[in-house]
Ligand binder design. Sequence first.
Ligand SMILES: Nc1ncnc2c1ncn2[C@@H]1O[C@H](COP(=O)(O)OP(=O)(O)OP(=O)(O)O)[C@@H](O)[C@H]1O
Ligand SMILES: [Mg+2]
Ligand SMILES: [Zn+2]
Length: 328
Amino acid sequence: MEGRLLARARARQEALRADNRLEEARRRAEIAAAIPEINDIEIRLRRHMTELVGLALGEKGRGADALEEENLALQAKRAALLRAHGYPEDYLAPICTCPLCRDTGWRDERICECLTALYKQEQTRELAPLLRHGDETFDAFRLDYYSPEPQREGQRAPRDQMRTVLAVCRAWAESFGESSPNLLFTGAPGLGKTFLSAAIARVVAEGGAGVAYDTVTGLLGAFEREKFSRDSDEQNEAASRVRQLMSCDLLILDDLGTEMPTVFTQSALYTLLDGRLRAGKKTIISTNLGYEAIAERYGAALASRLRGEYEWLEFLGRDIRALRKERG
Ligand SMILES: Nc1ncnc2c1ncn2[C@@H]1O[C@H](COP(=O)(O)OP(=O)(O)OP(=O)(O)O)[C@@H](O)[C@H]1O
Ligand SMILES: [Mg+2]
Ligand SMILES: [Zn+2]
């Protein structure tokens, strides 16, 4: 699990606990007004608690058995009163959102399902900019947008090529793990690179791995704020985003080549991609650039890493954004 997201999931659980305490207080006030006799019972139950604590500390008093017996009688009376006024018997009992772990998030030193569920929600929220349309799944990936005829001599027909690309991506997502290769999607605009990235992200995140998505421009923005921001909150936020981008299990880095090239951006990108390679973390890069253009823009060191350590998938066809417009 990824620390930043886990911290957010825990904060949400903490908020649920606080809501439950508020609701308990509200119910006590409601019952105090509706059934005044219950106040008396509550006060005596509380006094018994104090007495029990005193007994445990060695003070003299009634025996614990007698107290216990009286407690049960008081509790039965409270339940009967609640019922008589049309409330559930346990209306004044502590409220837990998750009875399995009593809202602690842990069961037998393992993470409880409720916290895992909150964590998954945080992860999906994190991917929201990528998954916002909701329909980018492998099953929704249409091949009929791609021509069955080769566009250029000696090239595969786009539809054949994209059928292969789709199959590779689907298998890659389903078997995501340590031995997965990195992927590089290259091709002209509007050919489904971001679409397939989203389909992969969904499947891999559902499998429980930490997935982050960003455009190169967005990522460089975080690097810049971490390094140059004068606002310490902004700087901390950026630093934790950078840590996540550096260390998540799968990073989807979109639109390589659209950022403003500067010495800073070149070196930040190199550091990130080289660091992830060393750590064995997987990356998917999308770009409109081919190998030559990448080498020219980013230099031989980065280009050769991308060539040697990434499986390149070439996207072919005609801009689907334009096709859709034509077809109306
Ligand atoms: N195979 C497909 N089936 C259905 N819709 C698709 C397919 N490929 C792309 N689209 C849709 O076409 C549009 C462009 O696709 P996408 O954004 O994935 O292109 P891209 O290759 O990432 O382009 P760019 O290089 O400009 O970022 C999107 O609305 C996307 O949902
Ligand atoms: Mg794209
Ligand atoms: Zn739980």
